[in-house]
Design a binder for this molecule. Sequence first.
Ligand code: ARG
Length: 579
Amino acid sequence: MQAIKQQLNNAFEQVMISVSGLPTCNANVVTASKPEFGDYQVNGVMAIAKQMKCSPRELAQQVVDCISTQALGLIGRLEVAGPGFINVHIAGPFLLEQSNNILTDPSSFIRSAEISQKIAVDYSSPNLAKEMHVGHLRGTIIGDCLVRVLEKLGHHVIRQNHVGDWGTQFGMLITHLRELQTENNNTNLQLADLEVFYRDAKTRFDEDAEFASKSRLSVVKLQSGEAEYVRAWEMFINESLKHCETVYDKLGVTLTRSDLDSESRYNDDLPQVIADLDSAQLLSQSDGANCVFLNAFKGKNGELLPLIVQKTDGGYLYATTDLAAIRLRMSQQIHRSLYVVDARQSLHFQQVFAVARKAEFVDNSLSLEHIAYGTIMGKDGRPFRTRSGESIKLIDLLDEAVKQAHRLVREKNPNLNPDEMVHVANCVGIGAVKYADLSKNRTSDYVFDFDTMLSFEGNTAPYLLYAGARIHSLLSKAAGSGDIGRKILEIGEPAERALLVKNLQLPEVVHAVAMDCYPNQLCSFLYELAGLFMRFYEECPILRSTGETMASRLALAQLTVHTLEQGMDLLGIESLEKM
Ligand code: ARG
């Protein structure tokens, strides 16, 4: 179905244009903030009245009088309210018809966007010298949700896992490896623990000047393609990717090797990026490094901030690779390029985007968007780390979540058989971690706390999973006792109506997430949906009712579980029929 909000915006905008004579109008339809205000509110009349210097209430009344008969199928009742709002009550028959269409053909629920766009999503993007740590959690799961939402709307999504696989760190690893190999006379040294290996190499790099200079030399040898160095590098990359894939697998994240868009891919383009910045007259030297200074970026004392694109020793930087990647995306005729990356890199992206525009690497056909997210904090109010202050491996965090979920599920439902128990614990544990993250406004920091995220109360994954399982159990009981409703026939009680209207709002929420990239909107929607179901369940007897009422209520329960599961799937969370 076409989102109701969209339909209302279209209908009201047409009328507002014809009433006001203005070339464009924004109806600004929002979901009503209180049930007394109807289902939706048209907020845009006031701004138009101000422009036309007329009374907003009178203008609102005129709009109401002129609303097209076509829109009247959708609209049950309108009233002018307050300083010039229009309250919209959706028509009952429309609600019934729409929901029954969805029950007959669930795939018709979320319609594709009018224009299918080509959208690159850069997400997860760990550095491959180490294992993924907790700092990669948010980018990985927010990106995964956005990719699911955009694909659901029929966009052509290009997943780009822009992994860090180049630079000094690899020189360090290779040097350390070569020395161990010589010491142990073993050319086939296995990497038992990449993390420990990295830590040892890093300590030596920081403490031993000779090791450090050997490491820099190794980078040069790697960059010039010396076979032994390239082989060692490939071994590290391969090992590291295996770790990433275990994490992706556990998280149910859809990234594969074919989505890799590694930094090293751009090596050959980097000299050209510098040359092009130079011919665009954007390069300046600062302490021997090549930099771009733009007036828009100033430090605290008003001094211009550099974007460094080439070091004194000729080496290229993170920014250079990003500029090369932007050019590639431009040549692929992409409409939007989303970078799901930590907010601490905001300045980097603002600078890179601005330089790319200034250098004409991109034009306005490509929208560059930094989808920034905040930091995961520990209960001590500091960035989340182990007790000894080290970064927490993502894999350990996920295993711990599943372990805690297992304990919880065993307590709540000891009758599940062992296989079911493992499956449920997995869904609850992983779902809880993902949902805790997705349900927060992504730009804020949040405190990582297993107890809160695994709670069965509040806006959590277990609460939503439980609501779904409860509906399934209701439906299977009804199936045993006879007729399962396939059609909603009546909207009797206010609780019934509220639940029905909420169900039908999924498409507009999904469109909003695709546009602004805030998955927490979808989480809030699902939480409200589950809450309205619980209210409906308490206020409207289902299995104790009879005939059409029972059939109709069962159909509403069926619709609700479908909406809930569709929404969870878009978040990347697996639903449960039993828990
Ligand atoms: N590898 C980087 C990190 O771990 C993130 C890369 C983000 N993507 C990009 N195009 N810069 O911080």
